[in-house]
Write a protein that binds this ligand. Structure first.
Ligand SMILES: [Zn+2]
Length: 64
């Protein structure tokens, strides 16, 4: 089962779910990257980045 790697623009045998920060248009969100692009671009796979490891401490408080 192949999936589309957003980074190198082709199908890859194995991909991981990654998040794109720099989005020019659209809602952005989730994209898939192959292991090669993960290493090449320094992508952090969401599956390997649990929220507990990078919690924003107190900086993410809403109003009130
Ligand atoms: Zn790729």
């Amino acid at each position: 089962m192949t999936r589309w790697c957003t980074w190198h623009g082709a199908e890859a045998e194995a991909t991981v779910l990654a998040r794109v920060v720099e989005v020019g248009s659209g809602p952005g969100g989730m994209f898939y990257a192959c292991p090669s692009c993960v290493e090449a671009y320094g992508i952090t796979p969401l599956t390997l980045a649990p929220e507990a490891s990078e919690r924003p401490l107190c900086s993410a408080r809403g109003p009130m």
